[in-house]
Design a protein around this ligand. Structure first.
Ligand SMILES: *[C@@H]1O[C@H](CO)[C@@H](O)[C@H](O)[C@H]1NC(C)=O
Length: 322
C-alpha cells in the first residue's frame, strides 16, 4: 500500500472520527444546559424558524460531514488549502457562498470541485461523470454572484482555496439534500451495507470504500426478468450489457483500478472476498434496458488480517503486495 495514500485515508478517517465527536459534544452540551422538555420545544421552535445552524471555523485542511455554516479566516498566508465534503450515500451537497473577502486579482482563489481529487485521481472518474472535468470546477471568484449556490452530483465534493492576506477569508453554508437516484458514492464509514439500484438508466455507477475490506455480495439482479429465464443465459459477463464488477486499487479513480471479479446473472450468492487494496469499488455497468440491483456488505479488515493472508478459504486480493 502506498504510504501517501494510506496517510491520506488515515487523515480522512481521523477527521470523520473527530467530526462525530464534535457533533456528539454539541448535542451533549445542549442536553445538559436544558431540561428535556425545554430542549424539545426549543428545538421545535428553532426548526420552525429554520434557525438551527451548526457553526464552526474551517481549517486549511478539513473534512466536513455535517450541515452548517463554515467560516475560514486566514491567520497567516494560506496557499494550499482543501476541504473534503461528504454526505450520506443517498444525499447530495448544496454549497451556498455567503460571503467572500478575498483578493482574487492577486492570486487568491476559492473553487468547488464536483467530486474528490487525491493525488491527481478523481472520483467519480471522468468517464462516469456527466460533466467534463473543466465543468466540474466552479471558480467562485470568476463567477461572481452568478454561482452562489452549487450542487454536487453525488455525496462528495471538495473546496480548494488560497487566501494570502491574514484576516481575509469566506463563509459557506453546507446543506445535504436527499438524492433519490444515488449513483456514484464514497462510503463515509469503513463498514456498512448498501443496495445500489440503477433503473433504466444508461450509466455506470460506482460505490467506493477507501479502506481495505472484507466484502460480501449478497444479491445481484440484472434485468426485470429473474429466475428461470436467466439460468439458460451465458454465465460469461462479456456478452451481457449489464454486469457488476469489483475493482481494487491504490487511487481514487475507478477507471484506473484493477478488475478483481465480474458478476452477471445468474448469480449464486453470497460471494465473499477480502480486498486488502487501499480502495475497493463495486461498479455497476448498465445498458439502460433493465432494472439492476446489487446488495453488499463490507467491513474493514483488521490489521492482523492484512498481515496474515493465509488460513482461510476466502478469495483475497492485494494482500500479497503489502
Ligand atoms: C459503462 O461502462 C462500460 C464498460 O466499462 C462502457 O463500455 C460503457 O460505454 C459505459 N457507459 C457509459 C454510459 O458511460
Amino acid at each position: 500500500m502506498s504510504p501517501t495514500f494510506r496517510f491520506q485515508c488515515h487523515f480522512i478517517l481521523f477527521f470523520l472520527t473527530m467530526l462525530r465527536a464534535d457533533s456528539q459534544h454539541l448535542q451533549l452540551q445542549e442536553a445538559t444546559t436544558q431540561d428535556p422538555f425545554l430542549l424539545l420545544s426549543a428545538n421545535l421552535k428553532r426548526e420552525l424558524l429554520g434557525e438551527q445552524v451548526y457553526r464552526r471555523a474551517l481549517r486549511c485542511l478539513d473534512m466536513l460531514s455535517l450541515q452548517g455554516q463554515f467560516t475560514f479566516t486566514a491567520d497567516q498566508p494560506q496557499l494550499h488549502c482543501a476541504a473534503f465534503l461528504i454526505a450520506q450515500p443517498d444525499e447530495t451537497l448544496a454549497i451556498q457562498v455567503d460571503s467572500v473577502s478575498m483578493d482574487c486579482q492577486r492570486g487568491d482563489f476559492l473553487k468547488v470541485f464536483d467530486g474528490w481529487i487525491l493525488k491527481g485521481e478523481m472520483f467519480p472518474s471522468s468517464q462516469d461523470h456527466p460533466l467534463s472535468t473543466a465543468e466540474r470546477y466552479i471558480d467562485i471568484c470568476e463567477s461572481g454572484s452568478s454561482r452562489r449556490n452549487i450542487r454536487s452530483s453525488q455525496n462528495v465534493a471538495m473546496i480548494f482555496f488560497r487566501v494570502q492576506e491574514p484576516g481575509n477569508g469566506f463563509t459557506l453554508t453546507i446543506k445535504m439534500d436527499p438524492n433519490l437516484f444515488p449513483c456514484n458514492i464514497i462510503s463515509q464509514t469503513p463498514s456498512g451495507r448498501f443496495t445500489m439500484i440503477v433503473a433504466h438508466q444508461h450509466r455506470n455507477c460506482s460505490f467506493s470504500i477507501i479502506y481495505p475490506v472484507a466484502i460480501k455480495i449478497a444479491d445481484v439482479t440484472l434485468g426485470q426478468l429473474s429466475g428461470p429465464q436467466w439460468k439458460t443465459s451465458s454465465t460469461d459477463c462479456a456478452g451481457t450489457g449489464d454486469f457488476v464488477e469489483l475493482l481494487g486499487g491504490s487511487g481514487l479513480d475507478p477507471s484506473k483500478m484493477m478488475s478483481l471479479a465480474d458478476l452477471c446473472s445468474p448469480f449464486h450468492g453470497p460471494a465473499q472476498m477480502k480486498i486488502g487494496c487501499d480502495n475497493t469499488v463495486v461498479r455497476m455497468v448498465s445498458s439502460g434496458k433493465h432494472i439492476n440491483r446489487v446488495t453488499f456488505e463490507y467491513r474493514q479488515l483488521e490489521p492482523f488480517e492484512l498481515e496474515d493472508p493465509n488460513g482461510n478459504s476466502i478469495r483475497e486480493f492485494c494482500l500479497s503486495s503489502l
